[in-house]
Ligand binder design. Structure first.
Ligand code: BG6
Ligand code: MG
Length: 212
């Protein structure tokens, strides 16, 4: 088999927390009088919380101290976490669950490679708390995507060489990160329109053919 492991991004791939990120950032942007829309939101995919804030602040007229920025990021995260509480196993789509189970039955190792510090909480909410063989997330990295660190760590946790790993991503920065780490990638959602991944997917179930 070409791939021994699949490393999944979480937000926008395994589940759709991206709408909650948008809502929480929008609330903060509105409060600060900053214009914010879906196009700007797409630039935040895969990017760390503090780097996301910096992108939003590109349109801010004033200046904020580092302390104020940290408070803004905390405020966004508090609202985001409130929104995440409504997630449940019903937010795990049948195609995602069926595909994960199919890959597992073929003895493919399955990991998470997410920039989020909330990854474990989200996985618990959707009923996948104990599912993955390894979780690499925002708590074990110092550089976020497009740096490959989160995926390189995931491969290390699994004990599988990079060349045998496939990364599944919805973010342009995530596809770039996979390539920088020497890994093939499968794009879905927003990432498909850049045509920079090894595979562009129409549906999550395409993975069952890619990892054959
Ligand atoms: C990524 C999201 O998964 O996690 C980004 O795509 C987000 O939009 C990043 O900024 C960090 O998330 P968190 O939960 O640590 O604020
Ligand atoms: Mg994502």
């Amino acid at each position: 088999m070409k791939y021994e492991a699949v490393i999944f991004d979480l937000d926008g791939v395994i589940c759709h927390t991206d709408k909650y990120h948008f809502q929480a950032w929008k609330a903060l942007a509105d409060k600060l009088g900053i214009y914010f829309d879906e196009t700007i939101n797409n630039r935040l995919r895969g990017v760390s919380r503090m780097e996301s804030l910096e992108i939003i602040l590109e349109r801010y007229d004033g200046t904020l101290t580092q302390e104020e920025k940290v408070r803004c990021a905390e405020e966004k995260n508090d609202l985001y976490k409130e929104l995440l509480k409504q997630m449940s196993p019903a937010d795990l789509s049948p195609e995602v669950k069926e595909t994960l189970d199919t890959l597992r039955a073929r003895d493919v190792k399955l990991a998470i490679g997410s920039s989020s510090k909330n990854a474990r909480f989200i996985l618990g909410q959707i009923g996948l708390g104990d599912y993955f063989d390894a979780i690499s997330d925002g708590n074990n990295i110092t550089n976020s995507k497009p740096d490959p660190e989160v995926f390189v760590k995931a491969a290390e946790f699994l004990g599988i060489p990079a060349g045998k790993c496939l990364v599944v991503e919805d973010a342009e920065a995530g596809i770039q990160a996979a390539a920088a780490g020497g890994m093939d990638s499968a794009a879905m959602g927003d990432a498909v329109r850049y045509h920079i991944a090894t595979y562009d997917m129409d549906s999550f179930t395409d993975l069952q053919n890619i990892v054959a």
